[in-house]
Design a protein around this ligand. Structure first.
Ligand SMILES: [Zn+2]
Length: 497
């Protein structure tokens, strides 16, 4: 196999796919034509190509950059192989979800729009009605598509000779998923007593209910934090990001290769996103300023991805610029995102006089996410493991694991829909742990207002320069010498009082 040609072809594929993604979701183009892009690069994901990359990965046993590159390329090839096998069902699912509407009372609500309606619904009874209709639709109208997607993923792993989809992901991504699940289980156990104590006052203050009354249908409303809207005006959104970057010595408006897409278009995604078409050199940060805390959090998260991509060393090999451990890019995204819940940043950048309510809410929300993803990885290992037995058992296991993690009665209906492809949940979990280390490192070196320090910006740019060459363990080892363990988030939550 001509490895250089394969790499070149792979990079073109990602560039074309990203450009199509950007144009569609920025509202510049109605259709979303990925079929033709796959067809133009069909050689990348043929069985023989995947096997050739796999042989390369098996041949290089000596640690170093060549080994990293081979493993990253294998992950890319395998992901594309699964992508080819599932793209028809993905498209069908997207069509079905987009066309589906649920009936709540006299209203028809779009299936995809329903969580937003739920988040803006002040009446708990109506939130529960929406939830019921959503769950029924998920199970009865979309369930067969979700099931087919998982079955095809599993079939791919078997075809390629892995004992299970989980084994395949573990090898290709180089992540010890079982060790991670051990750490998250310890976190779930060690934080169990504090969890209701932290949530109770926040639920009372924002929703007027106690922890024991909380239902899954209330979570979108709780996260929405409508009472905070006044602190997060739409008019300040893009400037607050640009000013924050300037504090770090980065002039976003003068940054080559970064396009801030803030224009309003009818079909533009309401949620901010980052589209790294070329890394570095052509990165889009797409925003439709709406206002509210969540809008800020999303823009800052995507802004973190954008700065990472834009600052990658153009001389790095393709694999380090475009592939590798996504926990790394997520770490930078969460680092910047978490500024919008940082008391220092809230007072300096948004002039919030007393940020304590905002900080307490953010802590409760983060607690829910950490426990939810801890439950998710345990479940996804069951779902995708070699010993998975029967859909009925898995649905019960899903409800049990998530219900226990969150202290809420959890439905079985979403057990095949609420699944991250390729164990992306592991990237989030690792990113939360690594971000905690990186944030405390920056605070130690540059003080609580580290985001105002050009030197801190220099440190970040140095890290961003490296793309995703190092994985999360290696990066932390190089930065502080510490060992990556999810337990660090428990200390960060500061549950002492
Ligand atoms: Zn992200």
């Amino acid at each position: 196999m001509d490895l250089d040609a394969y790499r070149h072809n792979a990079e073109s594929f990602i560039t074309e796919l990203m450009r199509e993604y950007y144009r569609h979701y920025a509202g510049l183009k109605d259709s979303f034509e990925i079929e033709a892009i796959y067809a133009a690069h069909e050689g990348l994901f043929r069985r023989d190509s995947v096997e050739a990359v796999r042989e390369l990965d098996a041949r290089i046993t000596e640690d170093g950059d060549e080994r990293r590159r081979a493993r990253m390329l294998l992950d890319f090839a395998v992901e594309g192989y699964v992508g080819e096998a599932t793209k028809a069902v993905e498209e069908e699912l997207a069509r079905a979800e987009a066309a589906l509407a649920i009936e709540v009372g006299d209203d028809r609500i779009g299936f995809r729009e329903a969580p937003v309606v739920q988040a803006n619904e002040a009446d708990p009874g109506r939130r529960a009605e929406i939830e019921r209709a959503l769950l029924t639709a998920t199970d009865e109208l979309l369930g067969s598509h979700y099931r087919e997607r998982i079955e095809r993923q599993h079939a791919c792993a078997t075809e390629l000779g892995w004992p299970s989809y989980a084994d395949m992901c573990e090898h290709c991504k180089g992540i010890d998923l079982h060790a991670l699940a051990g750490q998250t289980a310890a976190f779930t156990r060690d934080s169990a007593a504090s969890y209701p104590r932290v949530l109770e006052p926040e639920l009372r203050r924002t929703l007027g209910i106690g922890f024991r009354e909380l239902r899954r249908a209330d979570l979108p409303r709780f996260f929405r934090a409508a009472e905070q809207d006044g602190h997060f005006p739409a008019a300040k959104l893009t400037n607050s990001f640009a000013d924050t970057m300037r504090g770090l010595g980065i002039d976003v408006s003068a940054q080559g290769g970064v396009t801030f897409d803030i224009g309003s278009r009818p079909n533009k995604s309401p949620r901010a996103f980052c589209a790294p078409v070329r890394v570095p050199g052509e990165v889009y940060l797409v925003v439709s300023p709406i206002g509210g805390r969540d809008d800020y959090a999303t823009l800052f998260h995507e802004g973190g991805h954008t700065e990472h991509s834009a600052n990658v060393d153009p001389g790095l090999p393709f694999e380090f610029r475009r592939l590798g451990d996504n926990s790394i890019s997520e770490t930078y995204a969460f680092l910047i995102q978490h500024l919008v819940e940082d008391p220092e940043w809230l007072s300096q950048r948004l002039g919030v006089q007393d940020p304590s309510d905002l900080v307490a809410h953010a802590k409760a929300q983060r607690f829910v996410y950490l426990r939810r993803y801890s439950g998710k990885i345990a479940y996804e290992l069951d779902l995708h493991g070699a010993g998975a037995n029967g859909w009925g058992t898995l649905a019960d296991r899903y409800a049990e694991l998530l219900g226990t993690a969150l202290g809420i009665e959890w439905p079985t209906e979403t057990f095949l829909a609420d699944v991250d492809e390729g164990f992306y949940c592991a990237c989030y979990l690792r990113a939360w742990a690594l971000e905690t280390h990186l944030r405390s490192y920056l605070r130690e070196q540059f003080g609580p207002a580290w985001f105002e320090s050009r030197e801190a910006g220099e440190v970040l740019r140095g890290l961003w320069h490296d793309g995703q060459r190092a994985d999360a363990e290696e990066l932390l080892g190089e930065l502080t010498g510490a060992r990556l363990d999810f337990g660090v988030v428990l200390t960060d939550l500061d549950l002492s009082d």
